[in-house]
Design a protein around this ligand. Structure first.
Ligand code: B1M
Length: 210
C-alpha cells in the first residue's frame, strides 16, 4: 500500500474531502507533515503542472486541484506551523500584481509562522502601493514577494522600487521567490534574498530577527 501515491492521486483528481481525510489519517499514523508535503502533495501538483503545460488539462481542472491542495494544506498547517506564543517579529507576504497563484505563498506563510513570526498576508494580485502601505502600517522586518509567472516577476522589481521611492527600502529586508525566480534575478533587482522553497524562506526570514 502506498498512501503517498493515494494522496497524490486524490490531489490530481481534485477531491478535497477524501484528500483531507487521508492526509489527516496519515498524520495520525505518525507521518510528518513535511513528508506528506514533499513526497505526496508537491509531486502531485507537479504532475498536474506538466499536464497543464502539454494542454492535457486546462484552467478549470487546475483550479479544482489547487482548491484540493489548499484544503490539504489547512490540515497540515498546525503541524507545519508550531508557532511560539509571542511573535518575535512581523513579516508581510503577498503574491505580486497580476498573479493569482497562491499555493506557494500560503506554504511560505505557514512555514514562516512556524518559526514564531507573525505573518501579514496581503493575498494575491498585490500592487506595489499596497505593499508600501502595509510596510507603513505593520512595520515588518521582512517583506516576501511571490511570483509564479515570467510576466509578473517584474512586479517584484517594481515593488522594491516603490519601497525605495517611499523611503522605506532600508527598513525592511525584501525576499523573493516563486518558480521562475532565480538568484541572478534577485541580485539584478536588488532583493536581499532569494530562496527556492518554503522551508529555506522560513529559515532566512527568521535569521533576520536573530
Ligand atoms: Co498557473 N501557471 N496559470 N495556474 N500554474 C504555472 C505557474 C505554469 C508554470 C504552468 C505551465 O505552463 N506549466 C505557467 C507559467 C508559465 C510561465 O510564466 N513561465 C502558468 C500559467 C501560464 C498560468 C495562466 C497564464 C494560464 C492561463 O490562464 N492561460 C494563468 C495565470 C493567472 C494569473 O495568475 N494571472 C494561470 C492560472 C492558474 C490557476 C488559477 C488555474 C492555478 C492557481 C490556483 C492557485 O494558486 N490558487 C494555477 C496553477 C495551480 C499552476 C501550477 C499547475 C501549480 C502552481 C503551484 O501551486 N505549485 C503551475 C505549474 C507548476 O508550478 N508546476 C502553474 C505548487 C507550489 C507549492 O509551488 O508555487 O512554485 P510554487 O511554490 C514553491 C516555490 O516556488 C517557493 O516555495 C514553494 C514550495 O516550497 N516559493 C517561494 C513560492 N513563492 C515564494 C515566495 C518566497 C520564497 C519562496 O518569498 C520569499
Amino acid at each position: 500500500m502506498n498512501r503517498f501515491h493515494d494522496i497524490s492521486d486524490l490531489l490530481q483528481r481534485g477531491k478535497p474531502r477524501e484528500l483531507s481525510a487521508l492526509v489527516q489519517e496519515e498524520l495520525e499514523d505518525g507521518t510528518s507533515a513535511n513528508d506528506i508535503l514533499v513526497k505526496a502533495l508537491i509531486p502531485g501538483m507537479s504532475v498536474v503542472g506538466e499536464k497543464f503545460k502539454k494542454n492535457e488539462v486546462f484552467v478549470p481542472e487546475v483550479l479544482i486541484t489547487a482548491r484540493a491542495m489548499n484544503a490539504a494544506l489547512k490540515i497540515l498547517k498546525p503541524a507545519l506551523a508550531q508557532a511560539g506564543v509571542e511573535p518575535v517579529g512581523t513579516v508581510v507576504i503577498c503574491t505580486v500584481k497580476g498573479d493569482l497563484h497562491d499555493i506557494g505563498k500560503n506554504l511560505v506563510k505557514m512555514m514562516i509562522e512556524g518559526t514564531g513570526l507573525r505573518v501579514i498576508d496581503l493575498g494575491v494580485d498585490c500592487p506595489p502601493e499596497r505593499v508600501v502601505e502595509a510596510v507603513k502600517e505593520y512595520e515588518p522586518g521582512v517583506v516576501c514577494l511571490s511570483a509564479l509567472l515570467t510576466t509578473t516577476m517584474i512586479y517584484q522589481k517594481d515593488t522594491i522600487e516603490a519601497l525605495k521611492a517611499a523611503g522605506l527600502r532600508d527598513r525592511v529586508k525584501v525576499m523573493v521567490g516563486g518558480a521562475p525566480v532565480t538568484q541572478a534575478f534577485a541580485d539584478e533587482i536588488g532583493a536581499d534574498a532569494y530562496t527556492p522553497d518554503a522551508a529555506s524562506a522560513a529559515e532566512v526570514a527568521r535569521s533576520y530577527f536573530n
